[in-house]
Write a protein of this length. Structure first.
Length: 535
């Protein structure tokens, strides 16, 4: 049974036809192009070792995780790679780090490609301690994990003009994106018509939009909330600067607007919790303090941001000594709950920040909490479908029974007709042992969207248990063709082929698992048994 956490990927290929790329903007906007090209947003993805940022290999290039699992990062042929090994088992291998994700201001994650499928590497670089370590989330793994897919929804906030293969979870044309970093058109809108007729087709200036549409430009990547759900049939690829983001994405926060855990991308909601935002209303937005096209040099930052503060505050207003670094005191850098070895700026602008030791302890606490109430961050009240999917995501991430119950209740109320809503509802019924109801929902989801991986994989598993091999095998093969790293689906396919008298096909399925889960105990056990049986 595969939990459905993937989000619908729609609109990328159709959208590409109306984009021109940032290089097309440069001839008419040379100064802006040069200054923006040096910002972290413009450098948030690309080829490792290809730009000015350089990772250090002085320390922590070899580290041990879980029982007997070891990773080593090294330089190779002008780029980077990592090796993996499992002690006391014949498991050794290497993967080249094909792409980086992250500007390097806090750190970088990396992606490797297997037959066009893109996966997150288990190793990341953290700039503040200047060392390599496990990627966020991998510290909990007890086995070698080479199977975390990089979906378009993840990649979209780090790269521009993606090239996903339709119907696949994490497969891309080569290269997977045509432009590293966040391009001009992500904030100013598609530019192909503007190039053809500049007077007839103007570009979007976010600062001139009404507040909700203006703020949506930044929130598309900087508003996480407690959970984030795509509207039916929508994706970030369908969003255009000038649209209200809530027509595409529903961001849910804890009702009451109380403090929330600091996350890597919680800048937006944190700002809205601040006294500054509450007092200023729509006059205060991201662009009040950040100039999108340039970043102040390190020596200028304290004075630059102080000048922004003094636009509303007078120097005597500060009761903390009135030092020159307003942001250093009132926007402290703290650990976040969804990454490690790094700190991020707290945009809630506390008037009297807690002592560092207290802030660190609070921010390092588990993000889990007793279920409360969720509300839309902005826009209309959430529909039952979107609320159910939000509770479902929280339930899977935090394994809370109350959240599973709320998810099921809301989705039953919503009666979803799209695959993205049907599959989680089916999973929730299957989890409670209601297999027949789950089977019916999975079938409806598969009919609604044959490319829905979890529907095919889980429906195939149910049919396998019922001995309907002729129906199960094509479904499992289809799911693995779209997402080959699904361990449960490949194990089920191996069993189905073996029961159908195809031991060679069973062995191929098992070996496919080892490509992504090299020390899968179930796979090694089945493979050993298969070899004994076919001698």
């Amino acid at each position: 049974m595969v939990a459905a956490l993937g989000l619908a990927a729609a609109g990328w290929l159709a959208a590409e036809e109306i984009y021109a790329g940032s290089a097309a903007c440069a001839p008419c906007h040379q100064a802006i192009s040069r200054s923006y090209g040096a910002t972290p947003m413009a450098r948030s993805s690309g080829r490792p070792a290809a730009g000015p940022f350089r990772e250090s290999f002085a320390a922590n290039v070899v580290f041990q995780v879980a029982p007997g699992v070891r990773y080593r990062v090294f330089q190779e042929d002008g780029g980077y790679a990592f090796a993996f090994a499992k002690e006391r088992m014949p498991i050794r291998g290497e993967r080249r780090l094909d792409y980086f994700i992250g500007s390097g201001a806090a750190g970088r994650s990396y992606a490797f490609s297997v037959e066009g499928f893109l996966f997150q590497a288990p190793v990341s670089y953290y700039s503040q301690p200047a060392r390599w370590d496990l990627s966020p989330g991998y510290e909990r793994d007890q086995t070698l994990n080479l199977a975390r897919p990089i979906t378009p929804e993840c990649l979209e906030c780090h790269a521009s003009r993606l090239q996903p293969v339709p119907g696949a979870a994490n497969r891309y044309q080569q290269p997977p994106f045509l432009e590293g970093g966040i391009g001009c058109e992500r904030c100013h809108g598609p530019g192909r018509q503007h190039l053809a007729s500049p007077q007839a087709a103007g570009m979007v200036n976010p600062a001139r939009l009404e507040p909700g549409r203006r703020d949506s430009v930044c929130a598309q990547c900087h508003l996480t909330g407690a959970a984030r759900v795509l509207k039916a049939g929508r994706s970030l690829a369908t969003f255009r600067p000038g649209d209200p983001l809530w027509n595409h994405v529903v961001s849910l926060v804890w009702a009451g607007g109380g403090p929330s855990d600091l996350k890597v991308t919680s800048h937006f909601e944190k700002l809205w919790q601040s006294r500054c935002k509450k007092a200023s209303g729509d006059r205060l937005w991201c662009g009040s303090c950040h100039e999108a096209h340039r970043q102040p040099a390190p020596a200028e930052r304290a004075a630059y941001y102080r000048s922004k503060c003094l636009g509303c505050h007078q120097a005597p207003d500060c009761k903390g000594g009135g030092g020159p670094d307003c942001a250093g005191c009132h926007m402290p850098k703290d650990p976040v709950v969804d990454a490690q070895h790094t700190v991020y700026t707290d945009h809630s602008i506390p008037r009297r920040p807690l002592p560092p030791s207290v802030r660190t302890s609070a921010s390092s606490a588990s993000p889990g909490r007793a279920p409360g109430a969720l509300a839309a961050f902005w826009g209309p009240a959430p529909e039952a479908r979107d609320l159910g999917l939000a509770w479902y995501r929280l339930a899977i991430e935090q394994d809370q029974e109350g959240s599973f119950t709320r998810a099921r209740d809301q989705l039953e109320r919503a009666k979803p007709t799209d695959a993205a809503g049907l599959v989680p509802l089916a999973f929730l019924h299957e989890r409670r042992g209601n297999e027949e109801r789950a089977r019916s929902l999975y079938e409806r989801a598969h009919r609604a969207d044959p490319s829905q991986v979890e529907a095919a994989a889980n429906l195939g598993a149910i049919l396998l248990r019922r001995g309907r091999l002729a129906e199960a095998i094509p479904l499992l093969e289809e799911a693995l063709s779209r997402q080959p790293s699904l361990e449960a689906a490949a194990l089920n396919l191996a069993q189905a082929r073996l029961r159908g008298g195809d031991p060679a096909g069973a062995e191929r399925a098992l070996r496919q698992i080892l490509e992504h889960h090299p020390d899968s105990a179930n796979t090694w056990m089945l493979l050993s048994g298969l070899r004994r049986a076919t001698r």
